[in-house]
Ligand binder design. Structure first.
Ligand SMILES: Cc1cc2nc3c(=O)[nH]c(=O)nc-3n(C[C@H](O)[C@H](O)[C@H](O)COP(=O)(O)OP(=O)(O)OC[C@H]3O[C@@H](n4cnc5c(N)ncnc54)[C@H](O)[C@@H]3O)c2cc1C
Length: 610
């Protein structure tokens, strides 16, 4: 069937209907009653993004109504966890608004568990509240669906469009429908990207029989970065990838076990290794070792050193804490709400958590901006509290005019989690409306020739396959093209071996990074010859494209930061110490899509909360 082209005009285009995107659609409608708000999503917003499976806790809630925490407390916490480097203005802005978001979630039907004694939300830890969250995503999606003028599911956005008349202004986006193959051209006065972070940049521990199993959703394909980087938007902290300590093989969450059930971890010989390694950690990172709770990366570091010393497996002593039926239910429900695979792994490995401990391990690295990590775009901050050099007009606008972001898209502000990402979407939506109103109706100009070129580029993998399949030698071995899976596995192996994946215990150095960049350059060349046998594989091809650009950005940033700021996330063996004198800064990059050059720079870290 012939491919059709569909043109869709809007005032505000939201790309990605996850937590950031749903928040953006909701709030854009609140402030922009008469605006046309279009939400476009590669899956279906009812079950898409990192929260597709559900969650068992909301990890960012202040509890200001009960005087539990203030936004300033949260900034101090996130700053400590990220070893001093966060955009305090952005985090403060989320913290002061996040409670209102959570209250809305409850109004919309999300069951938040209450403490029967106090009547308050039941806390898992200081910042987390427990939920019955299997249906978290559909509840939030409903609010976005009712707010948007149109929701287009099943459209993979591949590229952003720039204004023909003003080179640094956004004009829209293009993509294709993964079901019918139609080409979509979206024109918009403002664009909010909420397309999520990245799994499968690094080789996962689970390969072969467990292929594709990762902690982060396998469908999170780095589009938040892969879409922005080619526009020349300034990116920050892309080296700050995250490694998670999780239950082995199923990647089950450990938060409820550590914080609520008060379980603990030891090495194979029953030793509590975190405390034992304190002096050694202090010699690496100085004052940051004294922060309580101990920063996430440093806890990873202790576990990694223990495994390197041959003292694994590391065990979580579940059997010590499951002394009531209620606690046992909490333990299982924690998995069943958000990582069902872990319950299946335990069942398949004859693990009864009441009887024996379970193995923990550190994951492969992921790239994201909303967890205990803060990769993403450099964004303008809130007018009332951002330092002057952190603001250039509209809150959450990137360095590209009219291009906003939320959730994993925005860098420098860790620990947003689900509620904070939705809140950031709301903040971005509000200021995108103001931007559109200030424009007074002036629409961007599309470049017809560029759109034609992009259409050819986007569908070329189908053509590569159609022609190349005639030369298939055996199975999937084709001399003329590579498949998206072959490209993905090549990327993962490269990043793992050269840019600090698990197989090198997260260690890299300048020569390794330079060699990695060389090999990534070759992969970029070969991407021109990627073949897609159907629309599903075409989607895989463009997801790979976004992952490759993101991987290159991660590698460039890792090369630029000449210190080891986050031991446990990654190590520069040639710069093994944390170096506050030279590197108490944000790293920044701008990519030139015409030349393929990266411009690296440092940006100041301003501490606005004492
Ligand atoms: C494994 C894991 C566990 C977590 N646990 C918790 C927890 O317990 N509590 C908590 O509060 N938070 C938790 N979080 C954090 C929370 O899920 C994220 O902070 C939040 O989902 C980020 O929102 P986002 O909008 O940036 O990304 P997402 O919610 O992932 O949404 C991105 C959306 O963009 C779409 N998309 C991607 N690419 C494209 C494209 N090219 N074109 C069109 N659409 C596209 C995706 O399909 C998706 O719908 C967890 C995250 C992970 C990964």
């Amino acid at each position: 069937m012939a491919r059709k082209t569909r043109f869709i005009d809007s005032d505000i285009l939201v790309i990605g209907g996850g937590f950031g995107g749903c928040g953006a659609a909701y709030e854009s409608r609140f402030w922009g009653r008469d605006l046309k708000i279009v939400l476009v999503e590669k899956a279906n917003i009812d079950r898409s993004g990192a929260v597709a499976q559900g969650l068992s806790a909301i990890n960012c809630y202040m509890g200001m109504q009960w005087g539990e925490n203030q936004p300033e407390d949260f900034v101090r916490y996130a700053r400590g966890d990220l070893m001093g480097l966060v955009r305090e203005d952005l985090i403060f802005d989320i913290a002061r608004h996040v409670d209102a978001t959570v209250h809305k979630f409850e109004e919309w039907g999300l069951p938040i568990i209450k403490d029967p004694k106090t009547g308050r939300y039941l806390r898992e830890g200081r910042w987390q509240v427990m939920i019955h969250g299997e249906s978290y995503k559909p509840i939030i999606a409903e609010a976005a669906r009712k707010s948007a003028s149109e929701v287009h599911n099943r459209i993979m956005v591949t590229h952003l469009l720039m204004d023909k008349a003003r080179p640094n202004r956004i004009a829209g986006a293009v993509g294709f429908n993964v079901r019918d193959g139609n080409f979509y051209v979206f024109r918009a006065k403002a664009v909010i990207v909420g397309a999520g972070g990245a799994s499968h940049i690094y080789r996962p521990r689970s390969v072969g029989e467990g292929m594709g199993r990762t902690w982060y959703a396998p469908w999170s394909s780095a589009s938040a970065y892969g879409l922005l980087i080619p526009t020349g938007a300034k990116m920050t902290q892309m080296e700050n990838k995250i490694v998670l300590a999780r239950f082995k093989d199923g990647y089950g969450p450990v938060g409820a076990w550590f914080l609520l059930l008060k379980s603990y971890a030891t090495n194979a010989y029953g030793e509590k290794y975190e405390a034992a390694r304190f002096d050694e950690i202090k010699s690496l990172v100085g004052k940051y070792a004294d922060i309580t709770p101990m920063p996430t990366c440093l806890r990873n570091h202790a576990m990694i050193e223990e495994m390197k010393a041959g003292k694994g497996p590391i065990f979580m002593h579940t059997q010590e804490v499951l002394d009531t039926k209620e606690k046992e239910e909490i333990g299982w429900e924690d998995f069943l709400d958000m990582t069902i695979g872990q319950a299946v792994v335990w069942a398949s490995q004859n693990t009864d958590p009441r009887e024996k401990p379970s193995e923990l391990i550190t994951s492969e690295p992921y790239v994201m901006g909303s967890h205990a990590t803060c990769s993403g775009a450099w964004a303008s901050g809130p007018e009332d509290c951002a330092p002057a050099d952190y603001q250039w007009g509209y809150n959450r606008m990137t360095t590209v005019e009219g291009l906003f972001g939320a959730g994993d898209t925005i860098g420098g502000s860790a620990h947003k989690f689900s509620s904070g990402s939705f809140t950031e979407g709301r903040l971005a939506g509000k200021s995108a409306v103001r931007y559109v109103m200030d424009l007074k109706g002036e629409p961007p100009q599309l470049d017809e020739a560029q759109i034609k070129r992009l259409e050819e580029t986007i569908f070329k993998p189908l053509e590569n396959y159609r022609v190349g399949r005639n030369e298939i030698v055996a199975g999937t071995v084709a001399p003329g093209y590579i498949s998206p899976l072959q490209g993905l596995q090549r990327l993962e192996k490269m990043m793992d071996e050269y840019v600090g994946g698990y197989s090198t215990f997260y260690v890299t150095n300048e020569p390794l990074l330079n060699r990695g960049l060389e090999l990534l350059g070759m992969l970029k060349e070969d991407f021109e010859h990627i073949g897609a046998e159907d629309l599903h594989q075409l989607q895989r091809a463009w997801e790979l494209h976004h992952r490759i650009l993101t991987a290159e950005s991660v590698t460039q940033h890792t090369l630029f930061r000449q210190e080891t700021r986050w031991p446990g996330y990654y190590y520069r063996a040639d710069h093994p110490q944390l170096d506050d004198a030279d590197w108490h800064v944000f790293t920044a990059s701008q990519y030139d899509a015409k030349t393929g050059d990266w411009h690296m720079s440092k940006l100041p870290v301003h501490h606005i909360i004492g």
